[in-house]
Design a protein around this ligand. Structure first.
Ligand SMILES: Nc1ncnc2c1ncn2[C@@H]1O[C@H](COP(=O)(O)OP(=O)(O)OP(=O)(O)O)[C@@H](O)[C@H]1O
Ligand SMILES: [Mg+2]
Length: 282
């Protein structure tokens, strides 16, 4: 398993992935046969309207939820064939998850929160890796603080360190900057990108923010349980363009007027500054 996993350039792959919630006339088709590969050492953003299946994709890829059909190959292993115990071990050792709401344990210090996945597994942190994470994330002088004594950006950086401490094959981040102001958000995105560039992590991040997506190497647009666009080196402008096109297509299909049509105004281009376009030529 190890030789196979380390040679594979693919960190995680979904093959014909289907996820339905509910049954019969109340069934919701959250994923309608998704085929996608995420390469090792890359930062991918996932965008798309609310309810399009982004979190469902993350949860099924991470083994937090069962797929209805299809296969998921994570780190060279088919996780759809795993039992609950195997999935628990997989999540503990091979997967990191960063939530919008940080999900830190309030009674514990930053350091205790960071090493929690290892403590739970009865292991000890690799001290060099811990130090590298803490210094890269600028958390050295916050290690003895509890979550309530830290800013949102600092709490999310602790959550990132916790997700990376076990050197997982893939880190999933579901709207990690959704609860942050713009400067904390930029701080967190910069650290996510550095953990890919400098530490070789693989990160898949859901975001509603085109500027956040522009930090990634690749961005995927989801709509109604399917991938509708896949963009390399995304700029914020390009992502806004794709999202606007998608919104218009959905509105045209439903026959409902868009908000702009109702208000009888032209759809303004979303004013954003783009990292990738600012840094073209990097
Ligand atoms: N546990 C559940 N039971 C039933 N339906 C669900 C469940 N979880 C999600 N759904 C439905 O599946 C669809 C996809 O939901 P999902 O949470 O993946 O969307 P999302 O793209 O992450 O949206 P958002 O941007 O609002 O977070 C939605 O229609 C949602 O209502
Ligand atoms: Mg979601």
């Amino acid at each position: 398993m190890t030789a196979q996993t380390q040679n594979s350039p693919v960190a995680v792959e979904a093959i014909d992935l289907v996820k339905d919630y509910g049954e019969a006339d109340t069934v919701v088709h959250a994923l309608r046969g998704v085929n996608v590969r995420f390469e090792r050492g890359r930062f991918t953003a996932i965008m798309g309207p609310s309810g399009s299946g982004k979190s469902t994709l993350m949860h099924t890829l991470a083994g937090l939820d069962n797929a209805t059909s299809g296969r998921i190959i994570l780190d060279g292993v088919d996780i759809t064939a795993m039992n609950d115990k195997q999935l628990t071990l997989l999540r503990r050792h091979r997967i990191g998850f960063i939530f919008q709401s940080f999900n830190l344990l309030p009674m514990f210090t930053a350091e205790q929160n960071i090493v929690m996945p290892l403590t739970l597994a009865g292991g000890r942190p690799d001290r060099k890796w811990f130090d590298l994470l803490v210094d890269t994330l600028g958390l050295r002088d916050r290690l003895d603080h509890r979550p309530s004594e830290m800013s949102g950006g600092q709490q999310q950086r602790v959550a990132i360190a916790r997700a990376l401490i076990s050197k997982p094959a893939v880190v999933f981040a579901d709207e990690p900057t959704g609860n942050l102001d713009s400067s904390s958000s930029a701080e967190v995105l910069e650290f996510l990108r550095r953990s890919v560039r400098d530490l070789g992590q693989t990160i898949i991040m859901v975001t509603h923010d085109a500027v956040a997506a522009s930090y990634a190497d690749r961005a995927i647009v989801f709509a109604d349980g399917r991938i509708v666009a896949d963009e390399a080196s995304p700029s914020a402008e390009r992502m806004n363009e794709l999202l606007t096109t998608q919104r218009r297509r959905t509105a045209a299909m439903s026959g409902a007027p868009t908000m702009a049509q109702l208000m009888d105004v032209p759809v303004p281009p979303l004013a954003v500054s783009s990292r990738n376009s600012e840094q073209s030529g990097r």
